[in-house]
Design a protein around this ligand. Structure first.
Ligand SMILES: *Cc1c(COP(=O)(O)O)cnc(C)c1O
Ligand SMILES: [Zn+2]
Length: 412
C-alpha cells in the first residue's frame, strides 16, 4: 500500500494505521482512508491508464488501499459502460445526459465494487469467513464475489428482500439468516454475531475500505469522460456509503491532478424514507425515518454513513431531491423505453431525481449530468411488472389478435 498514509476518523480526527481489519473509531465515528497524493501525482497520470488492459476496478490500484501483492478478485467488477443517453435526455429536456450502467457488474449492482474490496481485505486479514447485513445487494454481491474467491459467507437480510436477491444468495452458497424485523434490527444482530465469531465484517459503514471500492465508480466515469468534469452526478442514497464513496473518488482525482474541478452531487431518496435529504433540506441533524418505499435497496431509516454522506453532499454544494414511488416506477419505464436499460427501483432513483430536479427548475437544462444506474431490474421482477404492467393475453387466433390490437389502438 505504497500510497496509503493512514485512516482518519471523520468525527474526531483520530488517526489509525491502515491494517486490513480496520473498523470504526473508538469514538464511534467512521474512518476515511487518506493517501499521499503528491506521491501518486509524481508516479501516475491519466496517460498511464491509456495503455492499461485491466478493464476492471483494479485498473486504479494506486488509488486503492490494497497491498501490492494482493491478487485481484476472480470476477470482473467495474468498467461498466457509460452511455450517452440522448433519447432520454431529449425526453427530459436536458442537453447532455450520461448513464453509468452499474447493473452490468457480475452480481448486477454497484455493490460488487465494495464486495470485491471486502474479499481482498479479508484475505489480507487472514480471514476465511465474511459476514454482512444488507437490504439485498451488498449481500448478494458479497456472496458471489466471496464464492468465486473461496470464502464462506454469513448473510443477514431483512425479511422484505426481493426474491431475486435471495435467490442469488442461495445460489452462491451463503449461509442466509432472514431476520424478521427492520434493516436496523438486522444490522444489530449481524454485528453481535460478527463480534461473537470474529468474522471479517463487510458492513459498508463500519469498514472504511468498502467506500474505497465504491469510489471506483467515479474514477471510471471520469476516465470514460476523458477527464471532462460534468456539472452533476446523481445517485440514489440509502446508508450513504455510495454517494460518500463517489465523492471520495472525485476528490482523490482532484488531489492527484487528474481533474481540475469537482461536479455537484444530486442525492436522491424516496419520499417514504429520506432522512439524509431531510437533513440537507432543513439544515437540522438527521433523524430516523420509517422505511416506506418500494425501492428496497435505499429503504434505510437509520443511515449508517450519515456523517460522510452529508459532508459529501454539502461539500459539493449538492442538491437533495426526493421522489415518490410513482416517480421511481415512471423512471423505470423511461429508462427501459428510451435507452433499453432495466434498473431496479433504487437503481433508477437517481434518474427519477434528475427528472424531478429539471421539473422543479433546480438544474439548468443546458447542464451535463451523469446518472448512475446502481442495480439491475431483474433482481426485482415484481417491481418491473408493477411499473410496466402485464402483457396482453390472446388465444391462438388471428381474429382475436386483431381485436386485441384494436382494443389497445395498436396499428402494426
Ligand atoms: C445500496 C444501494 C444503493 C445506495 O447505496 P448506499 O451506500 O446504501 O447509500 C443504491 N442503489 C442500489 C441498487 C443499491 O444496492
Ligand atoms: Zn473518532
Amino acid at each position: 500500500m505504497k500510497y496509503v498514509r493512514h485512516a482518519r476518523c471523520v468525527r474526531c480526527g483520530a488517526i489509525y494505521e491502515a491494517v486490513p481489519a480496520l473498523t470504526t473509531c473508538r469514538c464511534g465515528g467512521i474512518l476515511d482512508i487518506e493517501y499521499d497524493y503528491e506521491a501518486i501525482r509524481a508516479d501516475f497520470s491519466p496517460a498511464d491508464l491509456d495503455g492499461c488492459r485491466d478493464y476492471s476496478m483494479w485498473r486504479y490500484r494506486p488509488f486503492l488501499p490494497v497491498e501490492d501483492g494482493s491478487p485481484p478478485t476472480p470476477l470482473r467488477v467495474g468498467w461498466s459502460p457509460l452511455y450517452r443517453a440522448d433519447r432520454l435526455a431529449r425526453t427530459l429536456g436536458l442537453r447532455t445526459l450520461y448513464l453509468k450502467d452499474d447493473g452490468q457488474n457480475p452480481t448486477s449492482s454497484l455493490k460488487d465494487r465494495a464486495s470485491a474490496m471486502a474479499v481482498v481485505k479479508a484475505r489480507e486479514a487472514g480471514a476465511d469467513t465474511i459476514a454482512c447485513s444488507s437490504t439485498g445487494n451488498a449481500a448478494s454481491s458479497l456472496a458471489g464475489n466471496a464464492a468465486a474467491a473461496g470464502f464462506h459467507t454469513y448473510i443477514f437480510v431483512p425479511a422484505r428482500a426481493p426474491k431475486g436477491k435471495v435467490a442469488q444468495l442461495m445460489i452462491f452458497g451463503a449461509a442466509v439468516i432472514t431476520v424478521d424485523g427492520s434493516y436496523e434490527d438486522t444490522f444489530a444482530l449481524s454485528k453481535e454475531a460478527i463480534d461473537r465469531w470474529g468474522w471479517y465484517n463487510r458492513n459498508a459503514a463500519i469498514n472504511p475500505y468498502l467506500s474505497e471500492g465504491k469510489k471506483t465508480v467515479t474514477l471510471e466515469i471520469m476516465e470514460q469522460l476523458h477527464w471532462q468534469v460534468p456539472d452533476y452526478i446523481a445517485l440514489s442514497v440509502g446508508d450513504g456509503c455510495t454517494i460518500a464513496g463517489a465523492w471520495k473518488g472525485l476528490k482523490d482525482l482532484c488531489a492527484a491532478g487528474f481533474i481540475d474541478r469537482l461536479p455537484r452531487l444530486i442525492s436522491v431518496q424516496a419520499e417514504g424514507c429520506c432522512p439524509l435529504n431531510r437533513a440537507i433540506q432543513t439544515g437540522e441533524p438527521w433523524r430516523p425515518m420509517e422505511e416506506n418505499t418500494l425501492a428496497d435497496s435505499i429503504a434505510v431509516g437509520v443511515p449508517r454513513n450519515a456523517d460522510k454522506a452529508l459532508a459529501a453532499i454539502r461539500e459539493s454544494r449538492g442538491l437533495a431531491v426526493t421522489v415518490s414511488d410513482e416517480e421511481i416506477l415512471d423512471a423505470m419505464r423511461l429508462l427501459g423505453r428510451t435507452q433499453g436499460i432495466f434498473g431496479e427501483p433504487a437503481g433508477v432513483t437517481g434518474t427519477a431525481g434528475i427528472k424531478k430536479a429539471l421539473e422543479l427548475g433546480l438544474i439548468d437544462p443546458d447542464s451535463t449530468v451523469v446518472s448512475v444506474v446502481t442495480g439491475n431490474g431483474l433482481k426485482d421482477v415484481q417491481s418491473g411488472i408493477r411499473a410496466a404492467g402485464e402483457p396482453m393475453l390472446v388465444p391462438p387466433d388471428m381474429d382475436a389478435l386483431l381485436s386485441a390490437f384494436a382494443q389497445r389502438r395498436i396499428a402494426p
